[in-house]
Design a protein around this ligand. Structure first.
Ligand code: NAP
Length: 249
């Protein structure tokens, strides 16, 4: 096992949409990027080939984030190859929209399993090595739906609301180990998830957006990249200095 000198970044669901843009943003930064996917090997491999010409290392990891054993194996494999994981972006997600009366138990369970349990599984699996490193960044992709709640998305709103609460709790738990945990809650972003919505629903969303346009995956990726950068943090030294100053006052 060789300890990577570059930052090692795992992006779940990095094969498409927002995850693809996030993978590209970290690769452009010179980080080692691991693209996790579940079923879309061809897309994931295409992203890898697109990013490889840059001065960076990109690899693929297949795992269903809703399955803890698969996630544990994926994390062990990355640690074996690179010696550490610096950043995890919990991005993998699905929608199975429908009014509650018509929502199947399966549509409820799948959305909770991937969007919420997936975040638990990946965060738990990386937390041990991040705690030992005394260093790490976890960024969870939530959604506006998890803040406001949206009609026809009881499952998705519940999962994303859960991700936001989970993020708050975990940020408190892991802060003493120098691990930052944040969530990003995008509005409607132009990806396959949005392509799958019918025109009436898309128009309703557009009408509610003051800019009258959907967001772009790159716009979410910029926020994620910032949250993973030193600009979004304060060094331990500066923090201790600030604490000492405030004690003097
Ligand atoms: P997308 O284009 O449909 O991509 C979803 C990604 O998640 C794919 O790479 C997919 O890979 C992966 N994935 C799905 N199930 C998985 C599983 N069980 N294990 C591992 N990977 C899995 O979706 P997106 O719009 O980019 O959404 C990305 C994230 O942003 C999601 O968490 C979504 O809820 C959130 N979000 C999206 C929007 C929006 O408007 N698009 C708004 C707010 C939040 P496979 O195909 O290989 O399964």
């Amino acid at each position: 096992m060789k300890m990577s000198t570059q930052r090692v970044v795992l992006v779940t669901g990095g094969s498409k949409g927002i995850g693809k843009a996030i993978s590209a943003a970290f690769a452009a930064n010179g980080d080692t990027v691991i693209i996790n996917y579940h079923t879309s090997f061809d897309e994931a491999n295409k992203v890898k080939l697109e990013l490889l010409p840059g001065n960076t290392s990109v690899s693929l990891e297949r795992a269903d984030v809703s399955d803890y054993l698969q996630v544990k194996r994926m994390v062990a494999d990355i640690l074996e190859k690179y010696g550490k994981i610096d950043v995890v972006v919990n991005n993998a997600g699905i929608v199975r929209d429908g009014f509650l009366m018509l929502m199947s138990e399966r549509d409820w369970n799948d959305v909770i399993a991937i969007n919420l349990n997936g975040v638990f599984n990946c965060s738990k699996a990386v937390s041990e090595s991040m705690i030992s490193q005394r260093n790490g960044i976890i960024i969870n992709i939530a959604s506006l739906s998890g803040i406001t709640g949206l009609s026809g998305q009881a499952n998705y709103s519940a999962a994303k609301g859960g991700v936001i609460a989970f993020t708050k709790a975990l940020s408190k738990e892991l802060a003493p180990f120098n691990i930052r945990v944040n969530a990003v809650a995008p509005g409607v972003i132009e990806t396959e998830i949005v392509d799958s919505l019918n025109e009436r629903v898309k128009n309703n969303f557009l009408n509610a957006i003051p800019m009258k346009r959907f967001g772009k995956p790159d716009e979410v990726a910029s926020v994620v990249k910032f949250l993973a950068s030193p600009d979004a943090s304060i060094s331990r030294e500066k923090l201790f200095a600030l604490r000492e100053d405030s004690i003097d006052v």
